[in-house]
Design a protein around this ligand. Structure first.
Ligand code: ADP
Ligand code: ZN
Ligand code: ZN
Length: 813
C-alpha cells in the first residue's frame, strides 16, 4: 500500500501537507488533483509527494481522483513549496496560483451501482431503497442532485448512505464543469448568385433603398461569408437593412462558431527580425550563449538588460525568444500593466503569429480556462501577462522576460501569497533550467546591486536605436519653488511652466501635467527654505495626523507635536502638502482658461472610461492638457506633446518609505526619458522645493549611475535592502488601543524568541501605526523586522488571527 502527501484546500491546513493512504486499484500521480476526507468534509487536494510510509500513524484514504492528468509539474510543486516557506503563506494558496482558473469549484456527487453481491436478496430491502437502487441501476451512474429531486433531499442522502453501507452502491465525485460557452458570430452571405445580386442592387437603389443596395453590392464583392460587424462598418448601416434583404430572400444569416482568440490578428501583419545594432548584437549574443548553456546544464542564467526606452530591448526579447524556440523551449513574458502595453503584445503577435497566449483578467473564466488548457498542451511559443502569468503551465520553459522589472506591480501586496514575480521567476528558472531577462531603463537598486556583484550578467544598451534628428533627449528644467515664492507667485504653476504651457497650447501642441500622488501623504514643509520634518532615527518624512495634531514616523512611532516654526530658518510659513488631481485640474482651469482639459487617474478609469479611451481621446487632440498621476508616465508616446510639467516632485520624495528616492527617480526618469519619440518634442519642467536632491538631479541629467551610487550608499549606511531583508507584520482590529497592545505583545515575544534562540542579526522596529492607519473601519499597526533569515525565524512563531505578514514588502501599506 502506498501513501500520498497532499496539500489540502482548507484554511486550517496552513503550511503543511497531510498523509493519505492510496486505496487499492486507484492509481495516483504526483501533481494530481484528488478528493480527500478532511474532518467531516470532502475537500480538494493536490498530491505533492508519494511515499511508502505515512508521516502519521492513522491515515484515511483518498476518496477519488478529480482529474487523471496531473495539474502541477514537479518544478511547480517545488515552486509552491518555496513560496509557502519564503512568504509564509498557506501551502494551498501557493499551489492554487498554478491551478487552472476556476479550479476551486463545487464537488458534485455521483452514485453508481456495481453488480449485486452473490446471494444478496434484494427483496429483503425496504421499498424505498429498492426503488432508489432501481433508478441508479437503470442509469449506471446518477447525480446525487437528480436523486434528491426524485426522492427528496434528506431521504435521498440517507438512502444512499444505507445502500453504500450494504455495498450495493458507491459514491464518486466530480468537479462541476467549467461552463465555456462557445463564442458565435453573425455572418452574412448572398442567397443568390453575384450577378443577380448586382442587378438587385441597381433595382433597389433606383427605388431609393440606398443602404440595402450598398449592402448587397458589398456582399456581392466577397468570396466568403462576411462577419456582420464588418459588413455593418463597411456600409454604415443598421440591422434593419440586413433584415430587409433577408426577408426578400437575397441574403442569408448564419451563426458561425468562432475560435476564441484573445488577440485579434486581423490588423497585425507578420514581421521579421530586424538587423541588430552592434550593442544589440552583443547583448543578444550573451543571451544566446546563456540559452545554449541552460539547455545543456539545466542551471539558470540571469541577465539584466539595462537600456533607456527606445534602445531596442523589446527587439532583443523577440530574438531571444526565437532562439529559445529553435532550441525546443518556450517563453513567458511579464509586463507591468497589460492594459498599457498593447504595442508590446502586437509586436510579439506579429513575430510569432498564432503562437502567443495573452492572460489577463478581462477574459471570462471560460476563456481563461480554455487558454490554460491550450498553454498546457504546448500550443504557444510564449505566454504574455501580468505577474500571475509566471505560473502559466508553459511546458519546456526556457526563457522568462520581465519587462520594466523595477515596477512595483510585480509584487502581490494585497493578498496571500504576497509574492514578488521577479523573485518567483528567478526561483522557477533555477528549477526548470531557464534564462531570465530583467529589462529596465531604471533598474531596481537591488537588481542592479546583484548585477554589480556578478550574480546577474549586466547587458547595456546605452543609446536609442534611432536618435531622430531634431529630437535628442528632452531638455529638463528644474524649477526651485522657493524662488517662485520669493517672487510672489503662490499658484501651483511656476512662471516657467505657465509660460511654456500657454505657449504650447496656443501653438496647437499638447501638454501633460503630472502629479506624483501616492496615497494622500501629508507632510509638512517650510515654504521658505523647503525644510521637511523627518524622523531622527529613520530619516523618512514624518506624516501629519490632523486629529491629534502630531507628526508621526510610520516606521518607528517617533512623535513630535506640530511645530510652529521651521527649525532651520525660523520661518513660520509651514505648509501642509498633499494636493490631488482634482484640485490640480481646477487650478489649471483658472490658469489656462482657453485650454481643453482631460483628467486621467484611477478614479476616472474606474468609472466610465478605460485607459485606452482616455489615451485615444488625447491622441485625437480632443484635449490640450492631460492631467494625471503615475499612469500618464506610461502613456507618453504622444507625438503632439511638447511639454511635460511635474507639479511637485516633493510629494513622492517625502513619503515615509526608504524607497521614496528610488521611486521618485524612476518616475521622473520615465517622464524625462520617454520623450524624443515625436518630432516636436520639447521640454520637461520639474517643480520642486529640493532641487538639489540626488534623485531629481539624476533624473534631470538622465544619469542612472549617479543615482545608483548615491542610493546604494544610503542603503548601506541605514542598513536597508539589499544589505538586509525586511518583513512587515501588520495587525488590524476595530480598536486602536487593542492594536497597540497586541503589537506591543508581539514585539516582546519576538525579542524573547530572538534572544533565547541567539539570533544575532535581527532588529525589530516599531510598533507604529501603519502608513494607512485605518482601512475599512479597522485600525492597523505595524512592526518591521530587519535581518537575513526572516522567514525561518518567523515560521517558528505562533502568529494569531488578525496578523498579516509581508516578506520583502514593497511600498507603503
Ligand atoms: P525598447 O523596448 O528598449 O523601448 P524597442 O525594441 O521598442 O526598444 O525599439 C525602439 C524602436 O526601435 C522600435 O520602433 C523598434 O522597432 C526599433 N528598433 C529596435 N531595434 C532596431 C534595429 N536593430 N533596427 C531598426 N529599428 C530597430
Ligand atoms: Zn525653513
Ligand atoms: Zn523613525
Amino acid at each position: 500500500m502506498g501513501y500520498a502527501e497532499v496539500s489540502v484546500n482548507s484554511p486550517i491546513a496552513q503550511r503543511r501537507t497531510f498523509s493519505y493512504a492510496i486505496p487499492l486499484g486507484l492509481s495516483i500521480d504526483v501533481g494530481q488533483a484528488v478528493w480527500v476526507p478532511f474532518g467531516d468534509k470532502l475537500l480538494q487536494g493536490i498530491v505533492l509527494e508519494l511515499s511508502r510510509y505515512p508521516a502519521v500513524e492513522e491515515t484515511r484514504e483518498i476518496a477519488g481522483v478529480i482529474e487523471p492528468r496531473p495539474l502541477l509539474s514537479p518544478s511547480h510543486i517545488a515552486l509552491a513549496r518555496w513560496i509557502s516557506e519564503h512568504y509564509l503563506s498557506p501551502l494551498f494558496d501557493a499551489v492554487a496560483l498554478m491551478l487552472p482558473p476556476g479550479f476551486e469549484r463545487k464537488a458534485l456527487t455521483f452514485i453508481s451501482a456495481p453488480s449485486v453481491p452473490d446471494g444478496f436478496d434484494l427483496s429483503s430491502l425496504p421499498q424505498e431503497q429498492r426503488r432508489a437502487l432501481g433508478l441508479i441501476q437503470r442509469q449506471g451512474k446518477i447525480g446525487l442532485r437528480e436523486l434528491e429531486k426524485t426522492l427528496g433531499k434528506k431521504e435521498a442522502q440517507s438512502i444512499v448512505s444505507q445502500l453504500v453501507g450494504r455495498g450495493l452502491a458507491v459514491r464518486s465525485y466530480e468537479l462541476e464543469p467549467v461552463k465555456v460557452k462557445p463564442k458565435k458570430e453573425l455572418y452574412l452571405s448572398l442567397a443568390v448568385e453575384a450577378g443577380k445580386a448586382r442587378q438587385e442592387a441597381t433595382r433597389l437603389s433606383g427605388k431609393g433603398a440606398i443602404k440595402q443596395a450598398a449592402l448587397i453590392d458589398f456582399l456581392a464583392q466577397q468570396s466568403e461569408p462576411m462577419p456582420w460587424v464588418e459588413a455593418r462598418q463597411a456600409v454604415n448601416c443598421g440591422k434593419a437593412v440586413a433584415d430587409a434583404l433577408v426577408s426578400k430572400g437575397l441574403v442569408t444569416v448564419q451563426q458561425i462558431e468562432v475560435r476564441r482568440e484573445p488577440i485579434s490578428y486581423q490588423s497585425i501583419t507578420p514581421s521579421r527580425p530586424l538587423a541588430l545594432t552592434s550593442a544589440q548584437k552583443s547583448a543578444l549574443q550573451s543571451i544566446k550563449s546563456g540559452l545554449l548553456q541552460v539547455t545543456k546544464t539545466n542551471a539558470s542564467s540571469i541577465f539584466l538588460l539595462h537600456g533607456v526606452t527606445g534602445s531596442g530591448k523589446t527587439e532583443i526579447y523577440l530574438q531571444a525568444l526565437a532562439e529559445a524556440v529553435k532550441l525546443g523551449r518556450r517563453g513567458i513574458v511579464l509586463v507591468s500593466e497589460i492594459a498599457l502595453t498593447p504595442q508590446t503584445i502586437e509586436r510579439f503577435a506579429s513575430r510569432f503569429p498564432h503562437k502567443v497566449a495573452v492572460l489577463h483578467s478581462k477574459l471570462s473564466l471560460g476563456e481563461q480556462f480554455d487558454e490554460w488548457q491550450r498553454i498546457r498542451n504546448g500550443e504557444f511559443d510564449v505566454v504574455i501577462g501580468p505577474r500571475s502569468a509566471i505560473f502559466a503551465p508553459q511546458p519546456a520553459l526556457g526563457l522568462i522576460v520581465i519587462d520594466e522589472e523595477h515596477e512595483w506591480t510585480y509584487k502581490q501586496h494585497d493578498k496571500s501569497p504576497r509574492y514578488h514575480a521577479r523573485d518567483v521567476a528567478i526561483k522557477l528558472a533555477e528549477l526548470t533550467g531557464a534564462v531570465v531577462i530583467l529589462g529596465s531603463a531604471t533598474p531596481d537598486v537591488e537588481t542592479f546591486y546583484h548585477a554589480q556583484r556578478g550574480e546577474y550578467q549586466l547587458l547595456r544598451l546605452a543609446e536609442r536605436v534611432t536618435p531622430r534628428e531634431g529630437s535628442p533627449l528632452p531638455q529638463v528644467e528644474v524649477v526651485d519653488l522657493r524662488d517662485e515664492l520669493k517672487a510672489g507667485n503662490r499658484s501651483l504653476f511656476s512662471r516657467s511652466l505657465s509660460q511654456a504651457a500657454a505657449k504650447a497650447v496656443a501653438g496647437g501642441e499638447q501638454v501633460i501635467l503630472f502629479l506624483n500622488r501616492r496615497g494622500a501623504a501629508t507632510f509638512i514643509q517650510c515654504r521658505n527654505c523647503g525644510f521637511v520634518f523627518r524622523c531622527r532615527r529613520c530619516e523618512v518624512a514624518l506624516t501629519y495626523h490632523s486629529a491629534e495634531s502630531v507628526l508621526v514616523c510610520h516606521q518607528c512611532d517617533y512623535r513630535i507635536s506640530v511645530p510652529q516654526a521651521c527649525p532651520r530658518c525660523l520661518s513660520r510659513r509651514l505648509k501642509f502638502l498633499g494636493i490631488g488631481t482634482q484640485k490640480l485640474e481646477q487650478e489649471a482651469g483658472y490658469a489656462f482658461p482657453q485650454a481643453r482639459r482631460l483628467r486621467w487617474d484611477s478614479d476616472v478609469t474606474k468609472g466610465k472610461y478605460s485607459h485606452q479611451e482616455i489615451l485615444n481621446k488625447f491622441r485625437a487632440h480632443e484635449a490640450d492638457i492631460l492631467i494625471g498621476t503615475q499612469m500618464v508616465a506610461k502613456g507618453l508616446d504622444l507625438p503632439l506633446v511638447t511639454l511635460v510639467g511635474v507639479i511637485s516632485a516633493d510629494t513622492g520624495l517625502n513619503l515615509p518609505d526608504f524607497r521614496a528616492g528610488e521611486r521618485a527617480f524612476q518616475l521622473l526618469s520615465q517622464v524625462a526619458g520617454r520623450a524624443g519619440r515625436g518630432t516636436l518634442w520639447g521640454q520637461v519642467i520639474i517643480q520642486t522645493y529640493s532641487p538639489e536632491h540626488y534623485a531629481i538631479q539624476a533624473a534631470a541629467k538622465h544619469d542612472y549611475a549617479f543615482f545608483y551610487n548615491r542610493e546604494i550608499g544610503n542603503r548601506r549606511q541605514l542598513h536597508n535592502p539589499p544589505f538586509t531583508r525586511l518583513a512587515s507584520l501588520v495587525y488590524s482590529h476595530a480598536s486602536d488601543a487593542l492594536c497597540q497592545r497586541e503589537t506591543e505583545r508581539m514585539k516582546r515575544l519576538l525579542i524573547e524568541e530572538r534572544d533565547s534562540r541567539g539570533v544575532a542579526d535581527l532588529s525589530i522596529i516599531g510598533p507604529a501605526p501603519a502608513f494607512i492607519h485605518r482601512r475599512r473601519g479597522r485600525f492597523r499597526w505595524q512592526i518591521i523586522l530587519r535581518g537575513s533569515e526572516l522567514s525561518a525565524f518567523l515560521s517558528q512563531i505562533p502568529i494569531p488571527q488578525g496578523w498579516t505578514i509581508d516578506i520583502d514588502p514593497v511600498g507603503l501599506t
